[in-house]
Design a protein around this ligand. Structure first.
Ligand code: ZN
Length: 381
């Protein structure tokens, strides 16, 4: 089973969500969990998760920003109440949209998600959904359901495979929850958002945004074609169900707070996004982000890069316009000059290419690629 098949297998059960109405008003959180006996299936699952967590803690993919992880844990605590004491949150640098929470209290939040949410309420909506799976112990139910079936072996195989390809995923993350579990986690998420003052209407917007991104690639089937969503592929039914549940509710979005938290990381995460090599999706994402922040130089820079990578009709001119708009802000990253150099060279405009690369070397003399750019500069004719 290759990775794509693995992901597809993981997603067969999570397609449609229909017929929901109202948040789960009668639902109350269970009391804190105690560590299960190691001789039980649940104890075995926890032990497996503990081993995974040890690996995760030392992983080179961990973002190692204590302030960011503490902020994420703060949101989890707000949503999770007394369960907060049992949760550890890890921010993981990998450019895919995912969060998951293992039965032992290990929560992962991937950077592709951080890049895509527009405010704290959207982030809280995803975390609340994962907390919903945790509080209802869905992973254990799923494991018990899979036991003795060929699917369980496949599931364990997937776990190993995911580890092998260097993606950080846990058993819980690789596991496709049943449709019923997904609906329940969504209902709980709306209830938790409402209780803690976040706007529950933000939850459906996440999925609308992600669907737009996936539909951007010509011929793409959002339910099948993208590795962007390891465990929760966006579906229109789910979006609609969340919208219905949140209708008439309100709360805060905390967009400025979220933007300030993400700011120190965003350049690096955008760089990761471009390196994913899915320029149609990247352009759609950046169109959306630029719609909210038209003067953000780094967003303009990276949309230019995504367009340069895509190189469809009109893209090179549009990339040039983006880079020039970034320069106009006066806050362009040095990399914009490097990108402009490459673009002008492609357009056979030697002198502007030369000027751009010289400017890049002035601004970033110690850049790892400075020697390479110097050489390209000398080779320009
Ligand atoms: Zn879920």
């Amino acid at each position: 089973m290759n990775r794509r098949q693995a992901l597809r297998w993981g997603c067969t059960q999570c397609g449609a969500f229909a017929g929901l109405a109202g948040a789960q008003a009668d639902w109350t959180a269970p009391p804190r969990f105690t560590r299960p006996d190691v001789a039980t299936d649940e104890g075995g699952l926890w032990a497996m998760m503990d081993r995974e967590e040890t690996r995760l803690r030392r992983s080179p993919f961990r973002m190692r920003d204590p302030a960011l992880e503490a902020y994420l844990a703060g949101i989890v605590c707000k949503l999770g109440g007394e369960h907060c004491a049992d949760v550890r949150v890890y921010a993981i640098r990998t450019p895919y949209f995912n969060a998951n929470m293992a039965p032992n209290g290990m929560m992962q939040v991937w950077s592709g998600l951080l890049l895509r949410v527009e405010n704290e309420a959207q982030l809280a909506a995803v975390l609340a959904h994962e907390i919903g799976h945790y509080l209802q112990r869905h992973t254990l139910e799923q494991l018990r359901d899979l036991k003795g079936r060929a699917a369980f072996a496949q599931f364990i195989g997937l776990f190993g495979l995911v580890g092998m390809v260097g993606q950080i995923a846990t058993l819980a993350g690789a596991l496709a929850f049943s449709r019923e579990h997904e609906r329940e986690a969504d209902r709980i998420s709306i209830a938790l958002l409402q209780k803690t003052g976040y706007d529950p209407r933000e939850a459906s917007k996440i999925w609308a945004n992600l669907l737009d991104e996936l539909k951007a690639t010509p011929g793409a089937d959002p339910t099948k074609d993208s590795a962007l969503f390891a465990t929760h592929p966006p579906s229109d039914e789910r979006r609609a169900a969340l919208e219905t549940m949140a209708a008439g509710l309100q709360g805060g979005t905390f967009e400025a707070e979220w933007r300030a938290r993400l700011a120190p990381h965003r350049f690096g995460l955008l760089d990761d996004e471009i390196k994913r090599g899915r320029p149609f999706e990247s352009v759609a994402l950046l169109d959306r982000l630029i719609g909210r922040e038209p003067d953000a130089a780094e967003l303009l820079h990276f949309r230019g890069e995504a367009r340069r990578q895509r190189a469809a009709d009109g893209d090179l001119d549009a990339a040039l316009a983006d880079f020039q708009a970034a320069l106009k802000t006066g806050r362009e990253p040095a990399a914009t000059h490097r990108a402009l150099g490459y673009l002008y060279r492609t357009l056979k405009q030697t002198q502007p290419a030369r000027d751009a690369w010289r400017r890049y070397l002035e601004l970033a003399p110690g850049a790892p690629d400075a020697a390479l750019i110097q050489q390209s500069l000398e080779e320009l004719t």
